[in-house]
Ligand binder design. Structure first.
Ligand code: GUN
Length: 290
């Protein structure tokens, strides 16, 4: 069997086109330009690439994009002051603080400080808690992108068994919460590094989502024939190439559908950040969700 390739890049282009149209309408009808601020501390090369992509994508969608680049030696107080200033800045609708921060900085108080109305990255515990109690505000960008890929491919979550491998606050945990919400109605298993016989667990999945950060972790053995495999991993191979958590060539022989890396979930993460920023700009002005 050869799996259907779920093209996240093509879907991202389509959704970004819709977002750009909505941004233009918001400008015309209400004189509002959604504004996104991305804060990056230090010189992590991957973070610089990701923040650069977010910057270019938000400008391409017609948004105001502000990058706040801070030196590695920035103190906790200085970083928190930057976030407080962005909270108070009326031109800014969405704030994200790129992770990882340098080791001497604690991300948690910074995330707690982000105005929940501007928390487009959904990492404030208030935002995560609203999702956990079934009344979400902003959805975390990567899990939101995964849901959009499944929906656009016509792969149902209702009643499906979805095995999420990974329990991070950025992906695994919020995705499990989203999938089990009323309306999505998946049966969710969260597997992680202490899971016994991972392959036996993932083989139960109608959908397997790999979000661990371990190149090639998911092999053909881990996947039931015909299952959908979503690869959230972004690992650098020895040759510098981007590879996922899934052994793509082998798993594509077994799976019914699979996302590639690159060109799968990654472009949708950035896209859902734009979507959240647009929603934040509307909500902050009392306009209804679209
Ligand atoms: N680092 C890797 N992915 C992300 C993300 O989605 N948001 C933030 N803030 N940092 C990240």
């Amino acid at each position: 069997m050869s799996a259907r390739i779920l093209d996240g890049k093509a879907l991202a282009d389509e959704v970004r086109g819709r977002i750009a149209t909505d941004v233009a309408t918001l400008k015309e009808e209400h004189g509002v330009t959604p504004g996104l601020a991305a804060v990056i501390v230090g010189e992590d090369p991957a973070s610089q690439v990701y923040v650069g992509m977010k910057h270019r994508a938000s400008e391409a969608a017609g948004m105001l994009s502000r990058q706040v680049v801070l030196p590695t030696a920035t103190t906790q107080d200085e970083l928190e002051q930057v976030v407080a200033d962005l909270n108070a800045d009326d031109d800014i609708d969405g704030i994200l603080v790129q992770l990882p921060l340098p080791d001497h900085l604690d991300p948690r108080p910074v995330q707690e400080l982000i105005d929940p109305g501007k928390d487009v990255d959904a990492l404030n515990p208030y935002t995560a808690g609203r999702l956990a109690v079934g009344d979400p505000t902003f959805l975390s960008c990567t899990p939101y992108g995964v849901l959009e890929i499944l929906a656009s491919a016509g792969i149902p979550t209702s009643g499906a068994h979805v095995v999420v491998v990974g329990r991070s606050n950025l992906v695994g945990r919020p995705l499990a919460n989203m999938l089990s919400l009323k309306g999505r109605d998946a049966t969710v298993t969260v597997a992680h590094s202490r899971t016994r016989d991972l392959a036996a667990v993932t083989r139960l999945g109608d959908v397997v989502v790999a979000a661990v950060g371990s190149a090639g972790l998911i092999t053909a053995d881990h996947v039931r024939p015909g299952a959908t495999v979503i690869d959230v991993g972004t690992n650098r191979g020895d040759d510098g190439k981007l590879v996922g958590d899934v052994d793509f060539d082998a798993v594509a022989e077994v799976a019914g559908a699979i996302t590639p890396v690159p060109g799968g979930v990654g472009p949708m993460t950035v896209t859902m950040l734009l979507q959240n920023t647009l929603e934040a700009a509307r909500a902050r002005r009392g306009l209804p969700r679209r």
